[in-house]
Design a protein around this ligand. Structure first.
Ligand code: FAD
Length: 521
């Protein structure tokens, strides 16, 4: 017999891991060995548009964790169920009996399909006398805890965020970290069956998810909680530097500091600039749970006035904490209004916006060949690095939706397929924000001006010059809008595409389509 901790894709750590800690307590109480179980399910990954990069990151982290678990005397058993719908039955009828496991501990995943899978596993388990226990772990504040004074769920971020911060003041224990699992006793090694699990191999890659830039990804986004802590430490304690536009790890020391302030102190202005090293770059680590949001906020708290958690727009630190709370917010939205994770808009009145069907435009956007330099730089960065700065995620997404008038779900899917930090709740929240179909109270007629955004977020054009080499030699403002800054014959020599849409006309088209939603032009 044994106790099983069923590890999830967002659970890639041993520190501050609720289900793992609870499982270890239970194992101790019952005097049973503790086994970690990981179920590879390519069918799930496919249907949820997981990128090859994210799968590769998961496998790298799993390999790293296997050693950590081994040191704690916890064997990691890997199994693979390609057909996603069969998982609960296979687990309850095959894997749990094979391990002799009657006590299963898991952290909850809030996406609809995953919740349904877990409910089915709990029910089937109950029929067979297997106790499956589920825990909140992913978020700082579990979904459903932040409510209006009238006890209703809140859909607008600012009041929700104030209530989130207040709740943390009232219940600071929400930030408590779970202790490390206790080392299991040697019984596990004496049991031949369990000892053999230590030899389970983690595959190097999964069929259908071959990561073609594996080495670059491993260099830019190194695996392991230790690395995630270093990334955090660098953000909280070191000075901003200019060099990080490049395709290098967030841990690369880079050039001389370009600011006297630490990166987090400079975050208020820095977060909207893409020409440097201005945000934490923790998203791949947070999304895969290599580090927990509680661990992150505990470190932020140490820098707050009086050791309190600062949250608000007055300081860089407070603003950053607020950004971290967006992660909780979008998970709360997804759990409360599950339609958003089923491809439907939060604001259902926008379900029938008339979208263009234009494969050429979609491909140009994906390839970074739209003729709008900031959009192209962002998309090429996305294709090469699997990651984009928040501001250019907004600019390039807005361009797809409001300028090309292409369905936001096409962009949502492409980001998921490219990003190493692809996350249903945050990505969907971001796209619905941009498409004006989400929880944001701003009306649909807020349409980003791509050129103005470009000049604001990349004032010297360094980001564009790095990612769009055709424009590397352009000086001054021409880099933001080359076709309007030079004669046609000179522009043609650049080998860079002319703009694929006219900004003014496309803006009018978007306004019309949104205003007359459901009607044909
Ligand atoms: P920082 O600015 O240092 O923020 C710290 C952390 O706070 C982030 O790592 C992230 O966990 C969280 N955070 C910050 N902003 C947001 C936000 N708006 N929504 C949710 N969490 C946030 N984020 C993802 O993690 N995965 C995605 O797939 C994703 N897709 C996006 C798609 C669009 C269209 C947009 C507009 C935003 C998307 N975001 C996504 C949110 C945000 O852009 C990234 O979290 C951020 O750029 C990551 O960089 P960072 O770690 O340096 O962030």
């Amino acid at each position: 017999e044994c106790v099983v901790y069923w590890m999830r894709m967002e659970d890639m750590r041993v520190e501050d891991n609720t289900a793992l800690h609870k499982a270890s307590e239970r194992a101790k109480e019952l005097g049973l060995p503790l086994i970690a179980l990981y179920v590879l399910s390519p069918g799930d990954y496919k249907i949820h548009d997981r990128s090859a990069r994210k799968i590769d990151f998961m496998l790298r982290n799993l390999n790293h964790l296997k050693t950590k678990l081994h040191d704690l005397n916890i064997p990691l058993h890997i199994t693979s169920y390609p057909k996603r719908l069969s998982i609960p039955r296979k687990l309850v009828n095959e894997t749990f009996p094979f391990l002799g496991a009657n006590h299963i501990f898991v952290n909850i995943e809030y996406e609809v399909d995953e919740l349904n899978r877990d409910i089915a596993t709990v029910k089937l388990g109950r029929e067979k006398g297997i106790d499956v226990r589920c825990f909140h772990d992913r978020l700082v504040v579990p979904p459903g805890r932040v409510k209006s004074q009238a006890g209703k769920p809140m859909s607008v971020f600012s009041p929700w965020q104030r209530a989130w911060a207040k709740l943390l003041e009232k219940e600071p224990q929400l930030l408590n970290l779970s202790p490390l699992p206790q080392a299991n006793d040697a019984a596990i090694r004496q049991n031949q069956r369990f000892a053999k699990l230590f030899e389970d191999q983690i595959p190097d890659s999964l069929e259908g998810f071959e990561c073609t830039d594996k080495e670059t990804m491993a260099e830019v986004w190194p695996e392991g909680t230790e690395r995630a802590k270093e990334v955090l430490d660098r953000f909280l304690h070191t000075k901003a530097r200019k060099s990080q536009i490049q395709l290098t790890s967030p841990l690369n020391p880079g050039a001389e500091p370009s600011s006297k302030e630490s990166r987090v102190q400079a975050y208020q202005t820095g977060r909207n600039l893409v020409d440097g090293d201005n945000s934490s770059r923790l998203s791949p680590y947070l999304v895969s749970g290599v580090i927990s949001a509680r661990m992150v906020l505990n470190e932020a708290k140490k820098l707050g006035k009086g050791g309190n958690l600062e949250s608000g727009r007055d300081t860089g630190l407070g603003m950053w904490v607020q950004e971290v709370s967006w992660r909780d917010f979008y998970n709360h939205v997804m759990s409360t209004w599950p339609r958003v994770s089923m491809g439907r808009p939060f604001l259902e009145k926008f379900a029938d916006v008339q979208w263009e069907v234009n494969e050429e435009h979609l491909q140009a956007w994906k390839d970074g060949k739209t003729g709008f330099p900031i959009v192209d730089a962002a998309m090429r960065a996305c294709n090469k690095r699997g990651w984009m700065e928040n501001r250019v995620r907004m600019v390039s997404a807005s361009f797809l939706v409001k300028s090309l008038m292409l369905d936001w779900r096409l962009g949502e899917k492409y980001f998921m397929e490219c990003f190493i930090d692809g996350d249903l709740a945050a990505n969907n929240g971001g796209w619905q924000w941009v498409a004006s179909t989400g929880t944001d109270p701003q009306p649909y007629f807020r349409i980003f001006n791509t050129l103005t955004q470009s000049e604001k977020c990349d004032p010297n054009g360094d980001y564009i010059r790095y990612w769009v080499p055709e424009l590397r030699h352009l000086k001054g403002k021409a880099v933001h809008d080359p076709s309007h800054h030079m004669p046609l014959n000179e522009f043609k020599k650049l080998g860079y595409p002319a703009p694929i849409v006219d900004h003014k006309r496309s803006r009018e088209r978007a306004l019309f389509r949104y205003k007359n939603v459901g009607e044909k032009e």
